[in-house]
Every structure is written in structure tokens, then in C-alpha cells.
Design a protein around this ligand. Sequence first.
Ligand code: ADP
Ligand code: GN1
Ligand code: MG
Length: 369
Amino acid sequence: MNNENLLKEVISQFDFVGEVIQIRPYGSGHINDTYLVEFKIKHMGVVPIILQRMNTNIFKNPVQLMENILNVTTFLRKKIIQYGGDPERETLTVILNKNGKPYCQDSEGHYWRGYHFITGATSYDEVKTDEDFYQSGLAFGKFQSLLSDFPAHTLYETIPDFHNTRARLEVFKKAVEEDIINRAKDVQKEIQFILQREELANKLISMQENQELPLRVTHNDTKLNNILIDDKTHQGLCIIDLDTVMPGLAVNDFGDSIRFGASTALEDEKDLSKVQCDMHLFEVYTKGFIQGCQGQLTLAEMQALPLGALVMTFECGMRFLTDYLQGDTYFKIQYSTHNLDRCRTQLKLVADMEKKWNEMNYIVEKYIS
Ligand code: ADP
Ligand code: GN1
Ligand code: MG
């Protein structure tokens, strides 16, 4: 069946009223297929929703995943009401299907979900103003502190070992060794760069194992386009893309935001001379994140924030290269060397952070009170 008919089939499984007037691909996520669907409803005008085909190549158990999302958003909704916020805009609202399920399946077996579309807000692929980045740090910190009393044991692990950098290094080495599409010869420089920094893969995971860093309920995918910024107030409005909310390390949430948002260029910039980790952006995010965590971070966690940035960037670069070597089966790509370009920006950022290591630590020290 063609995509349009599949979409119509899926839409008919939800209890929508009104006439569909537009369906179009939406956003720049690397994982799910996201569509904006607009309905024309009598007396209400145009009502948009988000429809997503979940990536079951990556998320093996979409039913458990949606149970996580429903539980987390229900929990957040109560907290938002308690502090007088707007639960319709400050967290995702899952749309149930006609049978009351938070997902539906099309005739080809794909799993789909719907969310209320949050209007008057934007997800950015790059930082436009320092203040927006500060606000996103505040919001990601607050997200974590709101979930600090969420019962972590009720969460399914949607991707095992998601930020186990040590395990990811092993997968990377296997991909190099197997070299199934004969690409390794062209990326020796990048492979060697990663292998020379093998010890980075152990750092945070050992601190977690030694209980130097506590496990918390974290987002695990905190890049800038996974937060909606309010167009009017410019505050971080809603944290989205909750597929990977699982027990994890706070420093990883911090680090993933830095690798994406504190970069002076897009994640897939080809001209590496444009790619640096901007220390001013690093500072504004640090300030926002620590504030947003509302005193919950331990001293060890705060001191490990620069390491979070370095390791998350290293891990992401390694993941892009692994996917390139394995034939681009994980991240969506627009052209054949897309994952390689993405890998190169991450490795450039790693090298830049190494140079700026003292400065990064000095900045973090300023915000440890
Ligand atoms: P992926 O896992 O592929 O990254 P996301 O859940 O992040 O998918 O969604 C992709 C994009 O769709 C987001 O970056 C954002 O721009 C947009 N989006 C997702 N959910 C909503 C929503 N409820 N309201 C408005 N925009 C949304
Ligand atoms: C993916 O889903 P999206 O596009 O927000 C990936 C992250 C990577 C990121 C790199 C589930 O995020 O882990 O850091 O791409 N998400 C998953 O841009 O693997
Ligand atoms: Mg996303």
C-alpha cells in the first residue's frame, strides 16, 4: 500500500472528527517518521496533530515504549497542574485510538502513535539566541528534577545499553572488523581517532558502576530539537521525544545537549573549520541546567559535567561511524556520506573540547555553589 493510503488507514483508527485537509512530513528527527496532519473541524477551524510511525527496527517493543510514555506524561501532567502550569502545552498528550490504546497498527504491521500538536512553539536545529539555549538548559534540568520521584522500576528499558559507551565501542570495533560494505579503508583517520581514545568509553560507565554517579530517570536524547521553545515567551515549553526516558546519568543529558547545541555548526556541516564547541554557549547551558536541576545534582555529578559533554560527543561520533560502516541502517540519511559527515563534526568537537578542557572545567566550577 502506498504511504498516503497507509496514513489514511491509520487516521481512521483514531476517533478524529473533521476532514483531513493536509498531511505532510514534519521535523528533522533521525529516528521516527513524523507527519503533521491537519483536520478541519466545524466551529473549531484547523486542528493539527502529530502522527508518527515508530521505528521498530530500533525500538523493538513499541507497546512497552508507549506504556512508558503514557506513564511519564501522566506523571508530568499532575506535577504541571500542581505548580499551576498548562498541561496541554508543557508535556506531550498521547492520542488514544478507538480501542483506548496509545498506539495503532497498520495492515503492514507498522506501529503508529498520535500526539496533540503543540502550537506557538518551535524546535530548533541550531541555537539562534544564547537566551534560548539557556532556557533549554533550564527546561532539561527541570524535566529531570520533575521526574526525580518517578518510580524508575516501572520503566521499560526501550534500548538496552543506550548510553553504555563501553558496549558501543565493542559494537564499533566489530563493525570495523566486519567492514561489510568495504568502507573502512576510506575512514581510517576517523577509526584511528576513536581507537586512540578508547579509554573515554569506560569513564562514565565505571563511575556509574562504582556508584560515584547515581542513576536517575533521565531523557537520554536531549538535543535541541527535542525541546519546544515558546514563540512568545522564549521559555523552554515542552520536552518531547520521550522514547528513551530511562534510568541514566544526568551528565549524559547535559552532555548530549552540549554536543549538539554548543556547536557552532550543524551536526552535518561539511566544512569542519566552522565546527567548534562555543565556550559562551557551554557556559549559558551549564548555568541553565544546574539551575533547572534545583539543587538535586551531587557535587560529583556537577564536576563530571564536562566529561559528560566529551563522552556523549565521542559516543555519538562513534555511533555515526558505526552506522556508516554497517551500511546506514540506524539513522535516517539524505545522501550516502551523511553519517560520515555527522561523524566528522562530532570528532572535530571532541578534539576542540580536549583543547578547551581546562576552560570547560573552570566554567563549571563557577556554578558549583
Ligand atoms: P525523532 O525521534 O525522529 O527525533 P521526534 O519525536 O523528536 O522524532 O519528532 C520529530 C520532530 O517533530 C520534533 O523535532 C518536533 O519538531 C516535531 N514534534 C514532535 N512532536 C511534536 C508535538 N507534539 N508538537 C509539535 N511538534 C512536534
Ligand atoms: C537520534 O531521535 P533523534 O533524532 O532526536 C538518536 C540520538 C542521537 C541523535 C543524533 C533513539 O535522536 O541518540 O544522539 O539522533 N536517538 C536514538 O542526532 O537513537
Ligand atoms: Mg527527536
